[in-house]
Design a protein around this ligand. Structure first.
Ligand code: 5GP
Ligand code: MN
Length: 340
């Protein structure tokens, strides 16, 4: 870690590098946005004086997705970027820093629209394509935000309230409010450090979790309506979905649809939960959660997806959501022995 952080520092100090762009994956979660805002705050606070510019590389989709981005407005810079519609179609710069993106494509830009001299890839997913000039990929980390905490410590740079708020947000969301198996005693020490900067814990909780839309509750109702349980190769699955009809009829946005797989995991005897939603025409997004027995990346790899051991996902092309389920069930049944 020390060497990699030093290599990143060298790039930040290198006078050839003036323009920096910060990327994260599409439909960003708390860890992706927290990584962006903590790192930008670090750069603006400690490196701006060297004549550098640091921009978020938001694309149009993210910037116009107000209902998703709104819950991150309490973090530094997000509100001003989204409200001023500061997004990019093409990017030309010296250095791109990619957070949470297991491959280049997940950052949401076409290859030909990005021209960068150097790429720094910072991620904690099990599966990563190592597409950077520097690849800091560490799946032992709870979150990308935890990695940024260690970056700061390694470089001996002080925290401040904005950096702490951003890092806290990523750890909070990626550890399922400090309850998942990626929690450990070291993180409690980090949290103490962060909270000591004067964080408003209850305020952050409310921004992220306590602002459910009524449509999200409709979604949860439908999730339970469609819930089924089945056994494949001796593994107990809970399975549910939301289809195009329900979304259209109830005017549900994709931002009302979240937490499906997490909800279905917390049921007795369930080993793996699966939640499916439409992603585009004839394309369906699968989200999976494991209760600790099975490594989900073994499944997501079969479908060219990614993720973590106990939380992973992928997309399937199919004529409808029922065919997508058949494809999933058949591949699990025929190609994969989960107990291996
Ligand atoms: P979720 O189910 O919450 O969308 O995703 C769970 C985890 O799997 C996240 O870490 C997410 O980044 C990863 N993931 C979900 N879908 C995909 C996918 O299609 N490709 C890749 N590479 N990772 C995915
Ligand atoms: Mn993460």
């Amino acid at each position: 870690m020390k060497n990699i952080c030093k290599n990143i520092k060298e790039i930040l100090f290198d006078d050839k590098n003036k323009t920096f762009f910060l990327f994260c994956h599409e439909a960003p979660d708390g860890d992706a946005i927290g990584a962006m805002t903590s790192f930008k705050t670090i750069l603006e606070t400690y490196f701006k004086k060297y004549g550098r510019s640091f921009n978020f590389a938001f694309n149009k989709v993210e910037c116009e997705n107000i209902s998703l981005m709104k819950k991150y407005f309490f973090l530094p810079y997000v509100k001003e970027y989204v409200e001023n519609k500061t997004f990019f179609e093409k990017i030309e710069g010296d250095v791109g820093i990619f957070f949470e993106s297991s491959n280049f494509k997940r950052a949401g830009f076409l290859d030909e629209n990005i021209k960068l001299k150097k790429i720094i890839n910072i991620d904690h997913h099990n599966i990563n394509d190592f597409y950077g000039d520097i690849n800091w990929v560490d799946s032992s980390m709870s979150s990308t935000c935890e990695m940024i905490y260690w970056f700061l410590k390694t470089l001996d740079l002080p925290l401040n309230k904005d950096i702490a708020t951003s890092i806290y947000t990523g750890i909070l969301t990626d550890t399922g409010r400090f309850q998942y198996s990626n929690m450990n005693s070291k993180i409690y020490l980090i949290l103490k450090d962060l909270v000591d900067e004067g964080l408003d814990i209850n305020y952050i909780y409310k921004q992220i979790f306590a602002l459910k839309t009524k449509k999200h509750i409709f979604f949860e109702k439908e999730l339970l309506n469609n819930l089924e349980f089945f056994k494949l190769n001796n593994v107990n699955f809970s399975y549910s979905y939301i289809d195009e009809n329900f979304i259209d009829k109830n005017d549900i946005t994709f931002n009302d649809i979240y937490g499906g797989a997490d909800y279905l995991r917390d049921i007795e005897d369930v080993d793996i939960s699966v939640f499916v939603k439409p992603k585009g025409k004839n394309c369906y997004k699968f989200s999976m959660r494991s209760n600790g027995k099975y490594d989900l990346t073994k499944i997501s790899k079969l479908f060219d997806g990614g993720g973590h051991t106990f939380a992973a996902g992928f997309s399937v092309e199919a004529k409808d959501i029922f065919s997508a389920k058949d494809i999933f069930v058949n591949i699990i049944r025929e190609k994969f022995n989960l107990s291996e």
